[in-house]
Write a protein that binds this ligand. Structure first.
Ligand code: S3P
Length: 172
C-alpha cells in the first residue's frame, strides 16, 4: 500500500496583535514554504475588507467565511497559515484544527496586544469604548482553547519577530 505522506503545514494561532502575520511570513521564508493569511484570503474572495463584512453580514457572516477558508487552507501542504484571533471561538474550527498539522500558539499580554492594535481601525471587535478591556475579555475566553490546541507555544512580548520565526521553524 502507498505510504501515507503526513500533512505538512504550520498553523499560527493567538490573539489580535500577537504578530501572526509578521512572524508567519518570516517563518515561511525560513522553511521555504508558502505563507497564507486567512483574513487576507477572506477579503480577497469577498472583494471587501473585514470591517465591511462585519457591517453587512455581521460577525456570523464573517465566521462562516473564516471556516470555509480555514478548511481549504488546512488541506494544503507546506504552507504557514496565519489565522484570525477568533478562529478558536467556533467549535467547528477547533475540530478542524485538531486534525491540522503543527499548531503554534503565539502568546502575548493583553497590554502588548493593546499597544500593537491601538492605531488600527480595521478590527471591528476593538471599536469599543475600552479596547484593552475587550482584549482582556477575549483572552480569558480564548486562551484555554489556544493552549489546548497548541503543540508549541512561544511568547512574542520580548523577542524579535525574526527570532520567534526561527524558533517556530525549528519546532516543525
Ligand atoms: C478577530 C481577529 C482578526 C480578524 C477579525 C476578528 C478576532 O484577526 O479575524 O477582526 O475575533 O479576534 P487578527 O487576529 O489577525 O487581528
Amino acid at each position: 500500500s502507498a505510504a501515507e505522506v503526513p500533512l505538512r503545514n504550520l498553523v499560527l494561532i493567538g490573539p489580535m496583535g500577537t504578530g501572526k502575520t509578521t512572524i508567519g511570513r518570516l517563518a515561511a521564508s525560513e522553511l521555504g514554504w508558502v505563507f497564507v493569511d486567512t483574513d487576507k484570503e477572506i477579503e480577497a474572495r469577498c472583494g471587501a475588507d473585514i470591517p465591511w463584512i462585519f457591517d453587512v453580514e455581521g460577525e456570523a457572516g464573517f465566521r462562516a467565511r473564516e471556516t470555509a477558508v480555514l478548511a481549504e487552507m488546512l488541506g494544503r501542504e507546506q504552507v504557514v497559515i496565519a489565522t484570525g484571533g477568533g478562529v478558536v471561538s467556533q467549535a467547528c474550527n477547533r475540530e478542524l484544527l485538531e486534525h491540522a498539522g503543527h499548531i503554534v500558539y503565539l502568546h502575548t499580554s493583553a497590554e502588548q496586544q493593546y499597544e500593537r492594535t491601538r492605531q488600527d481601525t480595521r478590527r471591528p471587535l476593538l471599536q469599543t469604548a475600552d479596547p484593552l478591556r475587550t482584549l482582556r475579555r477575549l483572552m480569558a475566553e480564548r486562551e484555554p482553547h489556544y493552549r489546548a490546541l497548541a503543540h508549541f507555544t512561544v511568547d512574542t512580548d520580548r523577542k524579535r519577530p525574526r527570532n520567534v520565526a526561527k524558533d517556530i521553524a525549528g519546532s516543525v
